[in-house]
Design a protein around this ligand. Structure first.
Ligand SMILES: N[C@@H](CCC(=O)N[C@@H](CS)C(=O)NCC(=O)O)C(=O)O
Length: 214
């Protein structure tokens, strides 16, 4: 089943990671950038007319079904990874292990990602509130490295899954919001270095850097 992915290389969220993960699966898909400033697509369409939420990622399928939440987009994309892709596929659908996979993915989205959001966008925070928000983001990352990643190389198998990719990017934001991750969470800093060194992740960084946001 083919789909079209609306995303932006300038977004902080799951949109670009959905794009990345879909590329890693080797899936053939269509894509179009969306400007979050104007909510226009690269072909000048009103994005609200496509996705009423106005948010990205949005995966639109041939039958008109649209997935607009990062967890659902990632789950769908990674479920279509095969043995020959660079992306770890999740456990078979309907097994308890699959729901455990979703649980961990949901944690990265709802807890880790959302803990960083105010540090980027809430301009009303005074220093005390900002420090509290930073401590919360650090705590969420510590839970990830201590309880989800543990001593494993990757969360869910021999290859990076969407959970690793998403967590890698979220933890990488620490440098932009004044969190010294090496000091606050050395295991997360080591995880970032390990992920960055993977050829597929290096390739994706190059692709992202080359993409010009509309
Ligand atoms: N609930 C969605 C939200 C996705 C989201 O926040 N996307 C951002 C880009 S990173 C966005 O489109 N923001 C603009 C908006 O929500 O109006 C999810 O967690 O996946």
């Amino acid at each position: 089943m083919s789909f079209k992915l609306y995303y932006s290389p300038a977004s902080c969220g799951g949109a670009i990671y959905s794009y990345i993960s879909a590329s890693l699966t080797g899936l053939k898909f269509d894509s179009e950038q969306v400007s979050l400033e104007t909510r226009k697509t690269a072909s000048d369409a009103d994005f609200y007319a496509i996705n009423k939420k106005g948010s990205i990622p949005a995966l639109v399928f041939d039958d008109g079904t649209m997935l607009t939440e990062t967890v659902a987009s990632f789950a769908w994309i990674s479920s279509h990874a095969t043995e020959n892709t660079e992306l770890q596929a999740p456990p078979p659908a309907n097994t308890l292990a699959y729901f455990d996979f979703l649980d961990k993915l949901g944690y990265v989205n709802a807890e880790m990602h959302k803990a960083y959001t105010p540090l980027f966008f809430d301009k009303t925070m005074d220093e005390a509130r900002r420090n509290k928000a930073k401590a919360k983001a650090v705590d969420k990352g510590l839970f990830f490295t201590e309880n989800i990643l543990g001593s494993k190389m990757f969360v869910a198998g021999d290859k990076p899954s969407v959970i690793d990719i998403y967590a890698y990017f979220v933890l990488s934001w620490s440098q932009y919001v004044g969190i010294d991750l090496k000091q606050a969470n050395p295991a997360a800093a080591a995880f970032i270095d390990r992920m960055k060194a993977l050829p597929q992740i290096a390739k994706l960084h190059d692709e992202m850097n080359a993409a010009t946001a509309v």
